[in-house]
Design a protein. Sequence first.
Length: 324
Amino acid sequence: MMPPETPISGFAAFLTAHASLLESLHLRSNAGRWKVSSEEFATALHRSAVQRFGAEQPTAEAAEGYFQSLHLEDLALACALRRGSESAWERFVAEYRPVLQAAARVIVGAGGEARARELADSLYAELYGLDRRGVGLRKNSLLDYFHGRSSLATWLRSVLAQRHVDALRASQRLESLDDGHTASHDLVFERANPALESPDPDRTRLLPRLFAAVSEALAALPAPDRLLLSLYYVQGLTLAQIARMRYVHEATASRRLQNIRLELRRRVESLLAAGSAAHNGRAAAKGLSPAEVCRCLDYALEDWSFDLASGLAGNAVPGTGEGE
């Protein structure tokens, strides 16, 4: 099985700069349950930070805000899985293998149960550290690419969908060669194939609902709160600069910003769960289940592009946000 991941460049400075925070996050993640050490978990956090901030060391404030948004318990479980913890793999088989199988059935659709089972099991093998054929160990586990920004379940569904897309593309290339088609034809066919455009049907269905809920929640904020969000997230001012502008202590500005984020999250969750009535030609939408609401929030933590500047001004353009 895979050894604990090796620290990468800048890790020592990272440990020194954020020692107290890292220890707190290790406790919150319940990593001790899987016998994941503080240093091993800190290495996973460092890799996640490098993905988010690049090689530049994040400030204490930026690092704390980012790490607090991560799915820490899922990240700790991924560390244990990579190390080959028997208890962690037992947990994974019991809780996440059914998630893979259910997602595979949705993804393959008319492909049938046998194809769904094959797709799910091939990914399971890669997570365990086998190559795609299931014969021989890979140098790295696929779990090396999980950084905790979304839940492990959401990440697994996304990877599974991409594996399905890869298989479709490989199949289409072979068919194009057999039929004497050119590479340019192959590219056109890929773009026109709905299975390649929308590998995750839940994402396509739920992102417009998330967009509408976030837009409505932002519009309902008092003007001073919208201004604070704009100053910090759109204009890039520091909390110290904002505090001076508002003649308050920096800690006061920080607390207010945190409270606004919490209020926004509660409001968005409430709007998603409540649904909406028909309005201005738009059909009524029933409320989402708790699992669907969680999935929306997971999508928001991934690469969903929401134009916050336009949203704060009430001018956001509806859409899934993908490709923007």
